[in-house]
Design a protein around this ligand. Structure first.
Ligand code: OGA
Ligand code: NI
Length: 185
């Protein structure tokens, strides 16, 4: 797992680097911060569920990091993403990894890159496994917009973002996410 996490860290940073460069800015300071011990691997296991497909394996959500690299199960499937107001299945491809933009990248890019909503449905017969690597900055790093003057989000730290999510989950039962940090007009 350590080896895998190391390889994903390198890959995630190089993909993030390309996306940052495409925004026409120099590589962000936060890239060095993403060496932080806040990055993590999540190993998901979805047991078979006879009452599928009404049951979620994972409820609809966006990832709260910069960038996620997902190795989904090679056969079972179940991952879906929201595209043009419709859920679209992400077909398993044994030769491909799935890359998700997270909330922090959306904030940093001022909505140029979108943190895509996704969910997992369970399978009636087959168990499914996936491994997700989350590229995160240190809790103290400020996530400001790369084009500061026209920023639609307030500047916030990753630590603030995480604790806001925890409060919202406690108070409302779900994550509110980026809308909390919109600059009020
Ligand atoms: C996640 C996630 C998808 C999957 O862990 O945040 O979206 O296919 N996982 O397990
Ligand atoms: Ni996710």
């Amino acid at each position: 797992m350590q080896e895998y996490a190391g390889a994903m860290q390198e890959l995630a940073k190089s993909i993030a680097g390309v996306l940052v460069t495409n925004m026409g800015v120099k590589r962000g300071l936060w890239e060095d911060d993403c060496n932080a011990g806040t990055c993590f691997l999540r190993l998901n296991r979805y047991p078979p569920c006879p009452i599928s497909p009404e049951v979620f394996g994972l409820v609809p959500h966006t990832d709260s990091d910069f960038l996620t690299i997902l190795h989904q199960d090679e056969h079972v499937g179940g991952l879906q993403l929201m595209k043009d107001s419709k859920w679209v299945a992400v077909k398993p491809n044994p030769d491909a990894l799935v890359v998700n933009i997270g909330d922090l990248f959306q904030a940093w890019s001022n909505d140029v890159y979108k943190s895509v909503e996704h969910k997992v449905t369970v399978n009636r017969e087959a168990e499914r496994h996936s491994i997700a690597y989350f590229l995160c900055p240190s809790y103290e790093s400020f996530i400001g917009c790369c084009k500061e003057e026209s920023s639609i989000y307030k500047k916030f730290t990753f630590g603030e973002y995480r604790s806001q999510i925890q409060h919202d989950v406690k108070d409302y039962g779900h994550k509110v996410g980026l809308p909390r940090f919109l600059v009020s007009t």
